[in-house]
Design a protein around this ligand. Structure first.
Ligand code: FE2
Length: 434
């Protein structure tokens, strides 16, 4: 029998909650996690996203009640990696140059979300639990009979054009541009592209799970609020056929035949589950006197490292907001940063750039590589009469990391790289008056 079952409620809200959800009444055991016989003839399966012994506040695991356990598939065989890479990358020099890229074009041949992944850069090591990789994706074809999981890291997906429907083991997530979704390490999913041509960014996190940053003196509210995160309720397929299960493991791609849909989790409970977030819900906090704070004030999610306050990844956004600071150079200051900065643009214009940084494009300002406004923005901003000003219709973001980003060979050599990027600063004039 082929069937797809879901409940009317699509999402449960909260971040890192202990969720409990069933698509079929009574499918969750009433007591215990692995009864001698689970209800409805289901198999109980534990999915551990952290070591068993991690402290309770950061421990992540879910119990899945499914039609068949995940172990039912043919052996994996290695397949072509395409343009997917994993850190550590090929042994090649890391240029200290500022870099920027145009958007990569949409594919002409049928291309699904996995085949359309292109790795741009990364750092750390996919097999050692620290670091990250940054990918771009373009897709025009849904993964109807193909499923995927990533053993190397969790995937923060940032659509830039076209909605995605993520059919995950825990339920269905619809995510549109200006929203993000996170699918954790090991969770199986397939991606539909309801709008056809689709493009976006993926931050693959090899390190500690993304979480909400501590708010310190800000207090108990602000920035991304927990109630605005949405996790799917249980939804399952009871579908048989000739399907493919693709896996990314230690940087390589593998595929196995599977004769049923692994989206067969009828009920689950736990706190290891994918989620989505609408960036429009971000509560922006900034200066109401002079100067502007470090961009960490715009952190949505963070993956901490073992060094306090130094992130493996900070996911930071530059959303619509009021600028009111007086006697202040309001755009981002010129700076150099021990942290490395990958930036993308979802829509609109970033206030630090007049042109060249376009939606779907990206830039890299690596560890200690200087950057700041181009000459035109500097002249305008430093002479502007300062009035309250609303920056609207924009959403740029940054994957900031304590790793040095190593660009891939593709990123360094592609024709979509703007090899003349540094020209934008050469018009900065000497104003020193002695
Ligand atoms: Fe920067």
């Amino acid at each position: 029998m082929d069937s797809v079952v879901s409940t009317e409620l699509i999402y449960q809200t909260g971040f890192g909650n202990e969720f409990a959800t069933e698509a079929l009444a009574g499918a969750l055991p009433k007591r215990g996690n692995s009864p001698q016989k689970a209800p409805h003839g289901l198999y109980a399966e534990l999915l551990s996203g952290t070591a068993f012994t991690v402290p309770r506040e950061t421990n992540r695991r879910s119990w899945l009640y499914r039609i068949r356990p995940s172990v039912v598939h043919e052996p994996f065989e290695q397949i072509e990696n395409g343009l997917i890479r994993a850190a550590p990358f090929d042994n090649q020099p890391v240029p200290p140059n500022q870099m920027r890229w145009d958007p990569i074009p949409m594919p002409e041949a049928p291309t699904d979300f996995i085949d359309g992944l292109v790795t741009m850069m990364g750092g750390g090591d996919a097999t050692s639990g620290t670091g990250l990789a940054v990918h771009l994706y373009t897709a025009n074809t849904s993964m109807t009979d193909r499923f995927f999981y990533n053993a190397d890291g969790e995937m923060l997906i940032v659509p830039q054009q076209g909605r995605l429907t993520l059919h995950t083991e825990m339920g269905v997530i619809d995510v549109a541009p200006n929203e993000i979704a996170v699918v954790q390490r090991g969770i199986k999913f397939r991606v539909d592209v309801p709008d056809g041509m689709s493009r976006g960014y993926v931050c693959e996190n090899y390190g500690a799970a993304l979480r909400l940053p501590s708010l310190g003196p800000i207090g108990s509210n602000g920035l991304a609020n927990p109630r605005d995160f949405e996790t799917p309720v249980a939804a399952f397929e009871d579908r048989e056929g000739e399907f493919t299960l693709t896996c990314k493991m230690a940087g390589n791609m593998w595929s196995a035949k599977i004769y049923h849909s692994p989206m067969d989790v009828v009920a689950w409970h736990g706190n290891y589950a994918p989620y989505k977030y609408d960036l429009a819900d971000f509560n922006v906090i900034g200066s109401i006197s002079f100067d502007h704070p470090d961009p960490s004030i715009y952190t949505v999610l963070t993956s901490p490292s073992n060094s306090a306050g130094t992130a493996n990844i900070d996911f930071v956004i530059f959303p619509p907001r009021w600028l009111v600071a007086e006697d202040t150079y309001r755009p981002p200051w010129y700076h150099r940063n021990v942290m490395s900065e990958f930036m993308g643009l979802i829509h609109g214009q970033y206030d630090g750039r007049k042109e060249g940084f376009v939606p779907g494009g990206c830039s890299l300002h690596n560890c200690m590589s200087p950057h700041g406004n181009d000459a035109e923005v500097y002249e305008t901003a430093s002479d502007a009469e300062l009035q309250p000003h609303y920056i609207k219709d924009t959403m740029a973001f940054m994957f900031e990391t304590s790793m040095v980003y190593k660009p891939t060979k593709f990123a360094l050599e592609t024709e979509y790289r703007q090899f003349d990027y540094s020209d934008c600063w050469q018009g900065l004039q000497k104003h020193f008056s002695g």
